[in-house]
Design a binder for this molecule. Structure first.
Ligand SMILES: *Cc1c(COP(=O)(O)O)cnc(C)c1O
Length: 222
């Protein structure tokens, strides 16, 4: 847990008018509380069960972002409180989020995850699929979800030119989507993690997801 690093990162992120998601997966409640005490409200988790446990055991105005791959059968456990779902990667998942949003009489904010990395292991739509989805009339009927932007993860590589070009491409695609969408809530571009957030901000990100630089290394990765 590194408060100094947090403050430095926050100042940088604020200077871009971006949002810092503190990625607290695998970390104990005390670490989240220490950051909450510093004024941080937005926390990112990648496991539904862990996020629910933290939500139930921590009091305050925590805003919970689900940043990981989400299984449809788990949506119901977090539908009443999740504040943003970053990893929407199928229409079926969006429909389930809509159904659970309706049950809870709320609108769930979502980002479409775009596969921008070279690795085949990362989830997400390709660009053509996103274009098809956002022009799809089926979306209009989904009144209990709101697509407010895009999320992407760059290739895990030392080749910074590769990473930069992936961010650039996602940003220009995002700008295109934004201008074609009548819907003015489409405003969030979630890209950048501990290793690449400064480059992501330079390339147009307005939401970064940072874990290890703030909380220290995780014992296991997931
Ligand atoms: C874990 C995770 C992060 C944060 O990674 P760090 O390298 O620790 O900053 C960001 N985004 C997603 C989707 C993650 O799963």
């Amino acid at each position: 847990m590194n408060i100094e690093a947090y403050q430095k990162i926050l100042a940088k992120v604020n200077s871009y008018n971006a949002t810092l998601v503190a990625v607290s997966k695998t970390k104990p409640n005390e670490d989240l509380e220490a950051l909450y005490h510093q004024g941080q409200r937005v926390f990112g988790e990648n496991k539904v069960q862990e996020m629910c446990n933290k939500h139930e055991s921590l009091s305050g105005n925590y805003q919970w972002h689900m940043i990981g791959h989400l299984q449809r059968n788990k949506v119901k456990y977090m539908a009443n409180f999740v504040s943003l779902v970053h990893g929407v990667d199928s229409l079926q998942l969006l429909k389930e989020l809509n159904k659970q949003g309706a049950k809870n009489e709320r609108v769930i904010s979502c980002l479409l995850q775009v596969h921008i990395a070279k690795e085949t292991t990362k989830f997400g739509f390709n660009y053509a699929e996103v274009e098809e989805l956002i022009s799809n009339n089926a979306l209009i009927e989904l009144c209990n979800v709101e697509i407010i932007g895009l999320m992407g993860m760059a290739t895990n590589t030392d080749d910074s030119g590769q990473v930069r070009s992936e961010f650039k491409k996602l940003n220009s695609f995002f700008e295109n989507c934004r201008s074609t969408m009548a819907n003015s809530v489409f405003n969030v571009l979630s890209m950048g993690m501990s290793g690449d957030y400064e480059m992501a901000l330079d390339e147009g990100s307005n939401m970064v997801r940072i874990g290890s630089l703030i909380f220290g290394d995780r014992n296991y990765d997931n």
